[in-house]
Design a protein around this ligand. Sequence first.
Ligand SMILES: [Zn+2]
Length: 392
Amino acid sequence: MLWPDNIVQETIKDANGKRILNLLYKERQLTKQEIARSLGLSIPTVISNVNDLMAEGLVEEAGVADSTGGRKPVIIRFKADARHAFGVDISPSEGRVILTDLDCRILEKDSFPIRELRKYEHIADQVCRIIEEMIDRCSLKRKEILGVGFSLPGTVNEESLVLQNAPNLGIANISLREFADRLNLPVYIENEANAAAYAESALGVVKEMNNLVYVSITKGIGTGIVIKDHLYKGKNKRAGEFGHMTVVAHGKACNCGREGCWEVYASERGLLDDYRAGGGPAVTGIDEVFARVREGEPAAREALDTYLEYLAIGIQNIILMLDPDYVVLGGGLTKYKDVFFEELTRKVFVPNNFFTGGDTKILLSKLGEDASILGAALLPMQTLFFLEEKVI
Ligand SMILES: [Zn+2]
């Protein structure tokens, strides 16, 4: 197909505009000369694009820099409050909504319980109500809002905006397209672990690092794969279902219909099962088990040891499959670094012929329980910042 000249021109200009915005986002403020040098662009190209970005309100002039002679160069500064995005995280227990600026600073947050709602329609009503309230409270104009990103606990098709299957929510084949109509805003969706992986690579402990696998340990195990800064999702958008790799042949039954899946043994549920199996008293959650480990209770220590054994097996499998720079662990467990981390690392890097602790690092998420919701808020920002789709 032949493209008219003006369209090619427009595309190139747009790409340079995004590159400049990206650079200013990272560096915060630069002179036009510095921008030109850093991106290998001509001064007229930089001036034209910076003018466009200023007209959009995305950057502003911020004084002058020292000059070595001649006119003092004007400093161009990134405006983090020029646009906003909403992040929505739906988990089996609660729905959360945040409003952020372009730096992903959380400006507003609210939540609602999911359990009593159950029905999807009611969840949708709550999300829309909270978003409209935040828009009113902050006096936001629609054009200043890049969109609403959803982090969902299941497999999603982000192109058709369909939540394909969320067994832990008990819903399947739900289209989230209606949100776009109801809110009059662009809508984006992503799987919970992928959203968290995305946030970790963009904002978290491994900012700017290339290859990582994010392992979200909650009631199940979700994993997200980032390769060279891109989310790897695979042909059918199902890559990274490491939670369902078999770690025990003919082992315990999993929600997915298979047996011996990693998540049955290494999720929070796995730790609670180990504690109960060891004859420990009834506990309500992993916080209690960790408290008992800290108190030195032998049954709790033994349960944790068994649990870490399984957690380590899965991490070893991931390292053998993908050889990542980092494996980042997220979830409630990460609060107890002092109790489990050293032992887990020892179990993962037990001497073997393939890898050592020097090859792959295990890290704990810095973003904690906000990882997936920040990843959700980042989704609408991709259109503004990034030159290409961040998914392969
Ligand atoms: Zn399974």
